[in-house]
Ligand binder design. Structure first.
Ligand SMILES: C[S@@+](CC[C@H](N)C(=O)[O-])C[C@H]1O[C@@H](n2cnc3c(N)ncnc32)[C@H](O)[C@@H]1O
Length: 148
């Protein structure tokens, strides 16, 4: 069983948590028109595609999901990739600073669900995202494991 299959088998608690959180958050987020959105630690893209995409504004320009796992990113692109709309890239949020430099001031909204509690170097990861990416008055929604 490869990482993508293992991930799908064991990820339903994370998906439930993401659904619970987005149902509460979506109404409160001051969505920007024509926005670009980043999903950090997207895994196989299930949450990005089934849970996040439906609540994003219709005018959303581009959604990128990133994860450091090659196999889950391949699965996500194969099953959920939509050219010029939803794409997935293999990126380590701690060490791949090039990605964040390339997309400087690009994202209006950044989501990260059930990912950063796995990351030991959280300060480095958060500095990448906050300082170089998010636009002025952009929003960063973070969900760490903890909801029962
Ligand atoms: C529990 S899954 C959550 C996936 C998805 N966000 C969801 O809510 O279902 C955590 C994901 O974080 C990814 N991850 C862990 N450390 C990472 C890192 N340093 N950079 C990018 N992704 C990372 C893992 O590969 C895994 O796919």
């Amino acid at each position: 069983m490869d990482k993508a299959e293992t991930f799908i088998k064991h990820n339903s608690p994370a998906e439930r948590e993401a659904k619970y959180a987005i149902d509460k958050l979506a109404q409160l987020i001051p969505w920007k028109d024509n926005c670009n959105i980043l999903d950090i630690g997207c895994g196989t893209g299930n949450v990005t595609h089934y849970i996040l995409l439906p609540v994003f504004p219709k005018s959303t320009k581009n959604v990128i999901g990133v994860d450091n796992n090659k196999s889950t990113i391949e699965y996500a692109n194969k099953n959920y990739g939509l050219e010029n709309k939803l794409t997935f890239q293999q990126v380590d949020v701690v060490s791949d600073s090039t990605f964040f430099e390339n997309y400087e001031k690009t994202f209006d909204h950044i989501f990260s669900f059930s990912c950063l509690h796995f990351v030991r170097e959280q300060e480095t990861a958060l500095n990448n995202q906050h300082l170089q990416n998010i636009e002025t008055r952009g929003r960063f929604q973070l969900l760490l494991r903890g909801i029962q």
